[in-house]
Design a protein around this ligand. Structure first.
Ligand code: FAD
Ligand code: MG
Ligand code: MG
Length: 306
């Protein structure tokens, strides 16, 4: 797929979600969340930094949050281009999308799941990312700030980096949608237009999008770090109690599915790698998929503190 096509697809997904008429508190609050993120991107961010010339990079690790933000970012990128092209003196059909790949940065911090690594590579192709991947130096986790210092040395034109962080993340409470990095970080602007999203918003939009999502979520993970510190979420153990699925409608009516009039309950998860399959076969318990967990305060309950 070309970047322009990927961006147009994301635009159609987003528009389709915004047009849903359902008596669902989750869907209407997610529509509100999308509108605010779009306002940040189109009216506050893209007017200060052009999204089409390398000023902005996108921090991406294949997780659900940055994937949601990537879909919205690409959607706004399409709209930004479309409006510019329409206002131009030339006919729209003669305007070509000025960017082939979206500048993206992935910090390979620690030994992670091959399923996640494959997903990052597959989605890099799907969304036409030009992925800068920092090299893992040793077995010990590298420092994020140092990794970004290295990135900025190589891409000094970077003025701002988009981050899929939310207020409910550790130390996320007081963050702002647009802010400079802290003094112990390399100097650039942090763009954080997803801060106000909660887990139900994330799952509602992502499941509706019908885009492939990282297969680990299908195995009961809700937060993914390294192989040595991430397990399925213990609150999703199947023998505990019946957990209701709150996103049945989104899954059944997901984007592109309803064309055939069939409402199938399958979620589009990426394949689990052979190595991870073996790893997971050693787990004692069965788990509900990650999207059964909607309480932000226990999103990281599967993470082991070092
Ligand atoms: P997650 O949900 O895992 O990540 C939140 C978001 O961070 C992701 O959606 C993604 O956009 C980005 N991200 C996380 N891990 C990676 C990775 N391995 N590679 C690429 N992107 C990733 N902290 C400070 O205290 N001061 C700062 O000035 C500061 N500046 C930052 C600038 C950037 C560009 C980034 C990516 C992080 C920065 N941080 C800073 C750290 C940030 O606040 C989070 O602690 C960090 O992103 C880890 O998030 P998490 O694992 O808690 O949550
Ligand atoms: Mg997250
Ligand atoms: Mg993380």
């Amino acid at each position: 797929m070309q970047l322009s096509k990927a961006a147009e697809l994301c635009y159609e997904i987003t528009n389709s979600y915004l047009q849903i008429h359902q008596e669902s508190q989750i869907i209407s609050s997610t529509q509100e969340a999308i509108r605010l993120t779009r306002k940040y991107l189109l009216s506050e961010i893209f007017v200060r930094w052009s999204p089409l010339n390398g000023d902005i990079s996108f921090s991406y690790n294949g997780g659900k949050d940055c994937q949601v933000l990537l879909l919205l970012y690409l959607s706004c990128l399409w709209e930004y281009f479309f409006i510019k092209a329409q206002n131009s003196q030339f006919d729209f059909e003669f305007q070509s999308f000025p960017m082939q790949r979206l500048p993206t940065v992935f910090i390979d911090q620690e030994e992670t799941f091959p399923t996640l690594e494959n997903f990052v590579l597959e989605t890099s192709e799907r969304y036409c990312l030009s992925l800068y991947e920092s090299q893992r130096q040793s077995e010990t986790a590298i420092n994020m700030a140092d990794a970004f210092r290295e990135f900025i040395k190589i891409y000094p034109e970077t003025a701002a980096i988009v981050i899929g962080i939310r207020h409910t993340d550790p130390y996320g409470e007081t963050l702002q949608p647009i802010q400079r990095t802290d003094s112990n970080w390399p100097d650039f602007m942090r763009l954080q237009p997803l801060l106000h999203w909660d887990l139900t918003n994330i799952w509602s939009f992502l499941l509706y999008s019908n885009e492939p999502i990282c297969g680990l979520y299908g195995e009961g993970f809700t937060s993914v770090g390294g192989v040595n510190n991430s397990l399925p979420n213990p609150y999703l153990k199947k023998d505990l109690s019946d957990i209701p699925l709150l996103f049945e409608w989104e899954i059944a009516h997901a984007f592109g599915k309803n064309a055939a009039g069939e409402h199938d309950p399958i979620v589009n998860t990426s394949p689990i790698s052979v190595v991870d399959k073996e790893r997971f076969s050693e787990y004692q318990d069965d788990y509900y998929p990650g999207w059964y967990l909607i309480d932000d305060t226990i999103e990281r309950a599967g993470r082991i503190k070092n």
